[in-house]
Design a protein around this ligand. Structure first.
Ligand code: PRX
Length: 658
């Protein structure tokens, strides 16, 4: 390190606040600090600003309908189509030749779709789906990796009013079956495979295995041939080749189906406290308006930009900020199939340089990996096209924030640390990059119009610096409307904790801990339920536990998250072997495989510790906090209230030995 670099590092290390560069503010979509008061004074009409970003077939009558809270309705009476808003209107407005999607395959090939081409492709696939019998309101499951056919299929579904349910391609066959069963989905779009670190991965076998676990008849399966000859596969009688069907429907014209603002656009299954994933329901009007608005205000997206959110479309981040938000604004959105370190650890920077990416949005876990690999990888590329950086998915520690700021943004790009959830549809707490001072480690104030607070267990706002829980005291357009076919669970999961039902006061509880400072900046501390965050991916400990207990030879198990340098949190399993089973490598292997088979490799345990007993309170509850501390290598507090304190030392010793 040169002396100059060393002094820069030292200065950055001490600096706690950063101002957005003047050059950024001058061109920002939102730069007037008055926007917070404006939204406050005109709430809820302020949300018309979001709705105005869309083209409506029928104008809405009411911005917010709260008569049946917390079953709120937004932009009621309004009608629109999401695919029309993401495609046709840009083509009609003269942007036919602008690139909509730039796709980079892992082996190095690229594909681009102009808005005109994407519309043609979406119409051909929409016609295909219709011919297969898909009707409005039929849930179509999309089990696909990062290939262009995924957003094409999403928009084709939206075009004909069929909600999609995207299942992350890294999820297992079991996870696919669970989600298809929960949604009663009779149609599946999948692919033969995809590339990962140079290998052609077989995906179709996993899809077929999942189909065996579906408890109702699946009418049709469409299979995209991504791997050509790299993987031989045969199609069953109800399975069709994507390209053949699309060829047959080339040139088809499919009128976008007019949807009510409150009609379901998609379902997204996410992990919760119980073993059963929650089917989060998002609607057409509110969700699309909210993702378009936040893409514009927070990500500063402009139609002429090349914008890259390096997430996977299988998660909410990709839905909102690779597909719907950016395409609604008519910008160019980048998709990358592979991993950041293949063929070299500079792959992402090469993509930024060659595509002259303006805006880059990723997860802190990726930034921690970049830091570990070293600054020489970004330094080898010209990243001067970048204007704004973003993070999402988990807390970012100030060191990683500063590394991102210095080595990727060259101290010239504001960073937005955006807190939100599958359920919120879009960003909720973050700075506005053209308005606010940035404080590394703190997401920032709630967005204009968002009434997020930090409260204690009684719902009273905490003092600055005190830890509490996040609540959202007023609804917002992008919010989930319910859990699919389960209003009861919707009420119990999100509204029970802090609402006063008798007074008709409804408070949304996201189940995150947080602190607030004197300027109203919120620092997120993490989940307060049994959900853990591994590399920005949300996993339910109960789901993992039931997978481990399902393994022959395991009697009982507790799963917790422990600190991990790159992943943020990692999965730790503490298990009691059944009598007659040896707590050795073989059982450990099987326990790990059980988790991978039931959920997918993302949930793979970092460690399985066998123990004759789990630490329990006198009333028989497993002391998870204690196990978390052991996994994270933290100092252990008082264990005298345990029924079996000795077991703690045994477990801790085993973890240290490993
Ligand atoms: O704990 C919070 C964390 O991710 C959770 C939501 O996970 P999911 O629904 O999968 O959505 C992730 C992408 C939006 C939250 O409850 N989280 C998300 N963003 C942040 C975060 N934690 C801290 N800072 C963030 N910026």
């Amino acid at each position: 390190m040169t002396q100059e670099e060393a002094s820069l590092e030292a200065r950055l290390e001490e600096q706690e606040q950063f101002e957005p560069p003047e050059s950024f503010v001058e061109q920002a979509n939102v730069s007037d600090p008055g926007i917070y008061d404006e939204f406050e004074e005109h709430w809820p009409e302020c949300w018309e600003r979001a709705a105005d970003l869309l083209s409506w077939d029928t104008p809405y009558e009411t911005v917010l309908e709260d008569g049946d809270a917390p079953f709120y309705e937004w932009f009621t009476g309004g009608e629109l189509n999401a695919s029309y808003n993401c495609l046709d209107r840009h083509v009609e407005g003269g942007a036919e030749d602008r690139t909509a999607i730039t796709w980079e395959g892992e082996p190095g090939e690229t594909r681009t779709y102009t808005y005109g081409e994407l519309l043609d492709e979406v119409e051909a696939f929409a016609a295909t789906l219709r011919d297969l019998g898909v009707e409005a309101d039929d849930v179509v499951t999309l089990y696909m990796p990062m290939i262009p056919e995924l957003p094409i299929a999403m928009l084709a579904c939206a075009r004909i009013g069929a909600p999609h349910s995207v299942v992350f391609a890294g999820f297992s066959a079991d996870a696919l079956a669970t989600r298809m069963n929960a949604a009663d989905s009779e149609y599946l779009v999948t692919c033969d495979g995809y590339y990962r670190r140079g290998d052609a991965l077989d995906h179709i076998s996993k899809a077929n295995e999942g189909l065996e676990g579906v408890d109702h008849e699946v009418s049709d399966v469409v299979v995209v041939d991504r791997l050509d000859d790299a993987l031989e596969h045969s199609l069953a009688s109800n399975q069709h080749d994507y390209a053949e069907l699309v060829d047959e429907h080339e040139g088809a014209s499919v009128e976008p189906v007019t949807r009510d603002a409150e009609d379901m656009l998609f379902l997204m299954y996410t992990s919760g406290t119980t073993g059963q994933p929650k089917g989060v329901k998002h609607t057409t009007g509110g969700y699309l308006a909210y993702t378009a608005w936040t893409s514009q205000a927070v990500l500063d997206v402009k139609p002429e930009d090349t914008y890259w959110c390096a997430a996977d479309i299988g998660w909410i981040t990709g839905h909102s900020y690779i597909v719907y938000g950016p395409l609604a604004l008519g910008t160019t959105t980048v998709m990358y199939e592979g991993t950041p370190d293949y063929p070299e650890k500079d792959r992402l920077w090469e993509i930024v340089e060659t595509n002259e990416v303006d805006i880059f949005y990723t997860a802190p876990t990726a930034i921690r990996a970049f830091m570990k690999w070293g600054k020489e990888y970004p330094e080898g590329h010209d990243l001067s096209s970048l204007r704004l950086l973003g993070t999402v998915g988990e807390p970012i520690n100030p060191r990683a924030w500063k590394w991102y700021y210095q080595h990727i943004g060259d101290e010239e790009c504001p960073i937005v640390d955006t807190w939100w959830q599958t359920e919120t549809g879009g960003m909720m707490i973050t700075t506005l990059p053209g308005v606010n001072t940035m404080k590394p480690g703190s997401a920032g104030p709630p967005l204009p119009g968002i009434d997020a607070r930090v409260v204690d267990a009684n719902g009273e706002e905490v003092d600055a610096g005190q830890a509490g829980y996040v609540t959202v005291d007023r609804p917002w357009p992008g919010m989930l409307r319910t859990l699919y076919q389960n209003d009861e669970r919707f009420l119990a999961e999100y509204w029970q904790e802090y609402s006063d039902e008798d007074a008709d006061e409804w408070v949304y509880f996201p189940e995150d801990g947080a602190k607030i400072d004197d300027d109203g900046y919120i620092t997120i501390l993490g989940r307060v339920d049994d959900v853990i965050n591994v590399s920005g991916h949300r996993l339910g400990t109960m789901e993992i536990e039931s997978a481990v207990v399902g393994v022959e030879g395991v009697a009982e198990a507790a799963v917790v998250g422990g600190d991990h340098e790159v992943k943020g949190e990692a999965v730790y399993v503490y298990a009691i072997p059944e009598d007659g089973y040896d707590a050795g490598d073989e059982l450990e292997e099987r326990a790990i495989q059980g988790v991978v088979d039931s959920i997918g490799p993302i949930a793979k345990p970092e460690e399985v510790v066998f123990t004759p007993e789990l630490p329990k309170t006198r009333s028989g509850k497993i002391m998870r906090r204690l196990l978390e501390d052991i996994a994270s290598g933290n100092e252990l507090g008082n264990t005298s209230t345990l029924r079996n304190p000795d077991v703690v030392d045994d477990i801790a010793e085993q973890v240290e030995d490993d």
